[in-house]
Design a protein around this ligand. Sequence first.
Ligand code: ATP
Length: 137
Amino acid sequence: IERTLVLIKPDGVARNLSGSILARIESKGYSLAELKKVSATRELLEQHYEEHVGKPFYEPLLEFMLSGPVVVAIFEGHRVIEGFRSLAGITDPTTAAPGTIRGDFGRDWGLAVQQNLVHGSDSVDSAEREIKIWFGA
Ligand code: ATP
């Protein structure tokens, strides 16, 4: 069965949106397999975001992800990777479609990084890689 790693980023946790976000994913029909709230370490985030090393938003992104706890979940279901990314909406919360998590709950705060509430794996390979990073082997 397909799995995806979902992060509720520090903005979502700080704004008390974790329950609302998880409820949308469950309501769509995906099953929660694992769930925890953690304070990420820099080492963990460097692994998670290794593809973004060197980009202008890389350091602000790590600082943002270290600014408070995150909620880490594994959801399961047929085509859950694609399904969650569709639920989340596009990266920029200002223009993410209404009806999506980012479109309904987010906006641009004029900061160096997009505070866009959630992360979801973008392929089967990255899901398995990210699940190992956050939950171990
Ligand atoms: P995620 O990987 O978190 O699900 P995504 O796939 O929509 O998001 P990526 O391109 O992988 O976006 O970028 C990772 C994260 O870095 C984004 O979610 C956002 O928080 C931040 N980010 C990406 N592009 C920019 C940008 N141009 N300016 C500011 N922040 C950005």
